[in-house]
Design a binder for this molecule. Structure first.
Ligand SMILES: Cc1cc2nc3c(=O)[nH]c(=O)nc-3n(C[C@H](O)[C@H](O)[C@H](O)COP(=O)(O)OP(=O)(O)OC[C@H]3O[C@@H](n4cnc5c(N)ncnc54)[C@H](O)[C@@H]3O)c2cc1C
Length: 324
């Protein structure tokens, strides 16, 4: 039997934070491998094509590499390009399109990492898997119809169509404005009484004015009840309305893959906020670390690139000091 390749650290996920961990590992002369189930920075790759970050480019930087843009807030395409150039600069060891399925310790206290393609062993594992792969479902009839998406990509698809946008945080507001500007007839359904508190400050007046002038028909304190082939039922403050519909863009948020975390042995209390040491990022399993936005559990607004890139230094520092 051939021996599985062994590393000091295996990093699951080639998002910005997984990459930051790899750079720290490389700088500390530790052997490492990033294993990523999709493309490099797969979450960013799947963002809407015209999306602009709420962060300035400096706050998205990793590995001390300047992120040079003309505009203070970079867009999705610039960010994807930046992280690819960073991966090239550091010649990061990354296996793409390889999903990690299982992480467990063997009798010698070494991690065995099983992927869809191979097996590896490692002294430490960093889980940097983000939250973008599991959408929060609305659980309404018709949600599984092909016209419903939880991943809005390009407004052109919706030109001259009846579009229902569910949610009024950044993703919902961006989708409503972009599709409206490509000629869609846009209705928004918002559970709360107002736009989300984190809506980008330069976008807020735009959406407020489109709603005020009636260009976008927004229903607050409302919810989607049922989706059918050509119409939807929505419960509004004026009663239940049935409106014509071609597409539903459900911007209802995302959550980390909790079943994967549980399978790896990470403690998840009722709050679903994973348990880890806030100074070292180590979980209840010795040598198994969490990094990046996955640490926030259901509170996906708590952590972002700017305030979680520091996890890389904390984790690698802990591994180096522990192993001395
Ligand atoms: C529309 C949108 C806009 C955002 N704007 C900003 C912003 O302006 N500023 C900001 O800081 N943050 C923003 N965020 C949050 C942002 O997504 C995160 O801050 C950033 O992506 C976190 O990086 P990460 O490396 O922790 O996770 P991710 O970038 O999500 O990376 C996780 C990686 O793990 C991979 N993965 C998952 N499971 C497995 C597995 N089993 N095996 C192998 N690989 C796996 C995924 O494919 C993915 O590539 C935004 C998020 C969204 C959805």
């Amino acid at each position: 039997m051939t021996k599985s390749p062994h590393y000091d650290i295996i990093i699951i996920g080639a998002g910005p934070i997984g990459m930051a961990c790899a750079i720290e590992a490389k700088n500390a002369n530790l052997s490492y491998l990033i294993i990523e189930k999709g493309a490099l920075v797969n979450s960013l790759f799947n963002y809407p094509v015209f999306m602009t970050f709420f962060s300035t480019s400096q706050k998205l930087e990793i590995g001390g590499v300047p992120f040079v843009t003309i505009n203070p807030k970079p867009n999705r395409n610039e960010a994807v390009e930046y992280y690819r150039r960073v991966a090239e600069k550091f010649d990061l060891r990354i296996n793409l399109f390889e999903r990690v399925i299982e992480v467990k310790k063997n009798k010698s206290d070494i991690f065995e990492v099983e992927t869809a393609k191979a097996n590896y062993t490692s002294g430490n594992v960093i889980v940097a898997t983000g939250f973008y792969d599991v959408p929060l479902l609305m659980n309404v009839p018709g949600e599984d119809l092909p016209k419903v998406t939880h991943y809005y990509k390009d407004p052109h698809l919706y030109a001259f169509q009846n579009v229902l946008v569910v949610g009024a945080n950044n993703s919902g507001v961006d989708a409503a404005l972009e599709t409206y500007r490509k000629g869609a007839n846009v209705t928004m359904v918002v559970r709360s009484g107002e736009l989300g508190p984190h809506v980008k400050y330069w976008v807020r007046p735009d959406i407020e004015n489109r709603i005020k002038e009636g260009a976008i028909d927004a229903h607050f304190h409302s919810e989607l009840l049922e989706i059918r082939e050509n119409e939807v039922d929505i419960k509004t403050t004026e009663g239940i309305k049935t409106i014509p519909n071609d597409f539903v863009i459900a911007m209802t948020g995302y959550q980390p893959d909790f079943s994967m975390l549980r399978k790896f042995g990470i403690d998840l209390p009722e709050s679903l906020c994973p348990v880890y040491n806030e100074e070292t990022m180590e979980t209840n399993v010795k040598g198994l670390y969490l990094a990046g936005v996955v640490c926030g559990g259901l509170d996906t607004h708590k952590l972002f690139i700017e305030n979680s890139r520091v996890h890389a230094e904390m984790i690698v520092g802990n591994i180096v000091n522990r192993d001395i």
